[in-house]
Design a binder for this molecule. Structure first.
Ligand code: CTP
Length: 401
């Protein structure tokens, strides 16, 4: 599983409760929203779900004991610092009481005391334990200190009784966690088609024309759209990136394959974003065998080129009133002027003009640029490509409104 510094991290604390098995699904749902998940467990929690299960799901070490990682002697501090949100689900009455009173006698509770990130707790327990005055007082104390309590719901409890004490649904817990991360779920009914990476245009069986595009911007767009709840089709040229979890991946090589994949998927899309660095030209004749020095010198020394289809321009022609098409303009100079010209020439709804050269653009983890629409210019300063992608979706969503 790909992890990188752009991914928000949620630390999930699992405590000793039968509902611990539901935490496996919370992990998966957060990962689908492109969130990195780490798990810390109490010793009692391991009686319900083994650390191996969470290790397999998260591809991260799972912490249980205060002293179990030789390389990290102050493990509770590193876990606390690494996370953007600490979610404790399910949270037992015992752990609630410890959290309320600052008791730090194991890795999970020590981490909670050391944690400066927002803390969410999702209690689950027997109805009488939940209604007990001490539990209610502990919940009040935690809330007054800014801990977000995801109240249990009324349901059938493992003890055989029915009442308030059942862990809230996975969906509600995941939505609250994404909300605490500042991730908006404002694209749940939206389908997004994204092109990414370079195209490669064969000269012969082994040689090709291509460019330095890493695909990082298109993949960041796909991740950001998934984080916001969109359905994503990512049409990707050859790149060295992991597939985006939750996206429909369509792998292509040439511009013509990319166009065909876009035409096939455009009908369903509400928004199309062309971030691919499509090779403008392709060899007129591609040999299906390797051209040899000596015998094929004429073909090797002069390669006749022919223009590739302009995918962005074609989608702009195909587009219905209810669809939006966004393109990129990689420019070294005159960003606004060149971007505006491209917006008009291609009939796009928005052009993301970004600076290339001076170490900016291709292959980097950051981006900056200007979002150009018919009536607006939004300057986006340098930031991670995932954050830049969110700025693009903020602008697209304001266009749609
Ligand atoms: N694009 C495309 N198909 C092509 C060429 C470009 O879809 N055959 C899209 C790119 O994905 C990008 C935008 O068009 O969204 C870039 O436009 P382009 O005219 O190629 O701009 P530059 O490559 O920056 O070229 P120039 O500045 O020379 O016009």
């Amino acid at each position: 599983m790909e992890t990188n510094s752009n991914q928000p991290t949620v630390l999930i604390g699992v405590t000793g409760c039968i509902a611990a098995y539901k935490t496996c699904e919370i992990v998966r749902q957060l990962q689908k929203a492109s969130v990195r998940v780490k798990v810390v467990m109490t010793q009692h929690a391991t009686e319900f779900v083994g650390p191996t299960t969470f290790r397999a799901l998260t591809h991260e070490p799972v912490a249980v004991d205060l002293f179990d990682e030789a390389g990290a002697p102050v493990h509770h501090v590193s876990l606390a610092q690494e996370c953007d949100v600490f979610l404790i689900a399910p949270c037992t009455a015992n752990v609630l009481a410890k959290l309320a009173n600052g008791v730090a006698d194991d890795l999970l509770t020590t981490t909670a005391v050391a944690c400066e990130a927002p803390i969410l707790v999702a209690p689950a327990m027997n109805v009488h334990m939940y209604e007990d005055a001490t539990t209610q007082e502990n919940l009040r104390m935690l809330k007054s200190r800014g801990v977000q309590v995801i109240e249990p719901k009324v349901g059938w409890l493992a003890c055989g009784e029915t009442g308030k004490g059942a862990l809230e649904s996975v969906e509600v817990i995941v939505a609250a966690t994404l909300n605490a991360l500042g991730l908006k779920r404002d694209m749940e009914d939206i389908s997004v088609l994204i092109t990414a990476g370079p195209t490669v245009e064969p000269i012969d069986a082994v040689r090709f024309i291509s460019n330095h595009s890493s695909g990082k911007m298109g993949y960041a767009l796909a991740k950001a759209a998934i984080q916001r709840g969109a359905q994503v089709t990512l049409v990707s040229g050859p790149v060295a990136l992991e597939p985006v979890d939750g996206a429909k991946m369509v792998y292509v090589k040439t511009a013509r394959e990319m166009l065909a994949a876009c035409e096939e998927n455009f009908e369903e899309a509400d928004v199309a974003i062309c971030s691919a660095a499509v090779a403008d030209m392709r060899p007129l004749h591609a040999s299906d065998r390797k051209l040899k020095k000596g015998s094929d010198d004429a073909q090797l020394s002069t390669i006749a080129l022919v223009e590739n289809p302009d995918i962005l321009a074609k989608l702009c022609v195909m587009k219905r009133e209810d669809q939006l098409v966004v393109g990129f303009a990689a420019e070294t100079d005159d960003l606004v002027e060149n971007g505006k010209a491209k917006l008009a020439r291609k009939h796009a709804d928005m052009i993301v003009a970004n600076k290339v050269g001076d170490g900016k653009g291709f292959g980097t983890d950051d981006n900056e640029g200007i979002l150009i629409t018919a009536n607006n210019l939004i300057e986006v300063p340098s930031m991670s490509k995932v954050r830049f992608a969110h700025a693009i979706f903020d602008a697209i969503n304001s266009l749609e409104a």
